[in-house]
Design a protein around this ligand. Structure first.
Ligand SMILES: [Zn+2]
Length: 306
């Protein structure tokens, strides 16, 4: 097994991405396959085959880190909280390790994003990074000195199913959430949530990227939707700052490409933060869509020889 490489796998609902990165963080080989949806043993086989392809691509074997859309339960070792529901209740880590015959580390995909940006990304210069996923779902992870803070229940940083703080009357009770509650942050801040909010106000069916693009071009209804979105994001992040007070917040996921967020949201969150001055920077991701595989690989830190 080579100490020079780490293999990172990003297990998504539609595709599985894999890459080998060297200890300096350079990607040496990259490959992706389609996720066998609803098929647990097919998913295991696809991951094993992908790792075999990467082994051949770099000419050696390397330790494996895998970012998953869920969490390994600290009490049972089984997968929980996965929106790829065919993984729930399965001993994914044990099954992969026995099939691969090499050490394998698993972590939540939002935690991998935070770790990627904290290790050699937008938050590399600071100690505590809150990494935020704003995509089809809303997740988050906390990295402290380039290590994931897992938490007693393995849910540290999972802010998406807290309620929207400082709600307006029209935000109560809020849209129903798949988790069984109503008005979760995810029901306001995910990509589909923005599109639904826009439709409720305007009866116009537009995706989040379309709304952001039209807002940048001055469309008044899209501007109004984006302003509601930024105010909600600011309130959600203010409540995180009031608890964790991270040195930096890094946004990821599809909505992180909306450039207006980085200018407006830090202005909007000030009035909700329990501090006379707020120095928290809000950064776009340095590695973007690659942060999933990179953070999974960094589950084996550069200084740790496997
Ligand atoms: Zn929820």
């Amino acid at each position: 097994m080579s100490a020079r490489f780490r293999i990172g796998i990003d297990l998504g609902g539609t595709k599985i991405e894999g890459a080998a990165i060297d200890v300096c963080g350079s990607v040496r080989f990259r490959h992706r396959v389609v996720t066998p949806a609803q098929d647990y043993s097919g998913t295991i086989d696809a991951i094993i085959a992908l790792i075999g392809t990467i082994d051949r691509g770099v000419g050696t074997t390397a330790p494996v880190g895998i970012g998953i859309p869920g969490t390994v339960s600290p009490t049972t070792g089984l997968i929980k909280n996965a929106n790829s529901t065919w993984l729930i209740g399965r001993p994914l880590q044990r099954d992969l390790e026995s099939a691969l015959g090499r050490p394998t580390r698993l972590a939540n995909d939002a935690n991998c994003f935070a770790l990627s940006e904290a290790t050699d990304g937008a938050g590399a210069a600071v100690e505590t990074v809150f990494g935020v996923i704003l995509g089809t779902g809303v997740g988050g992870g906390i990295a402290i000195r380039r290590q994931i803070l897992a938490g007693a229940n393995a849910i540290a940083g999972e802010w998406g199913h807290n309620p929207m703080p400082w709600p307006t009357p029209e935000e109560i009770p809020g849209p129903p959430c798949w988790c069984g509650r109503s008005g979760c942050l995810e029901t306001f801040l995910s990509g589909p949530a923005v599109a639904a909010d826009h439709y409720r106000r305007t009866r116009r069916m537009q995706t989040a990227p379309e709304i952001a693009e039209a807002a940048a071009a001055g469309d008044p209804e899209c501007c109004a939707t984006l302003e509601r979105y930024m105010d909600r994001l600011a309130r959600g992040l203010a409540s995180v700052i009031n608890v964790v007070d991270p040195d930096a917040i890094v946004l990821g996921g599809g909505l992180s490409s909306i450039s207006a967020l980085y200018e407006q949201v830090p202005r909007l969150w000030i009035r909700h933060i329990f501090s006379d001055r707020v120095a928290t920077p809000l950064f776009p991701p340095l590695h973007g869509a690659s942060s999933g595989v990179r953070g999974a690989a960094w589950l084996w830190p550069p200084e740790e020889a496997p």
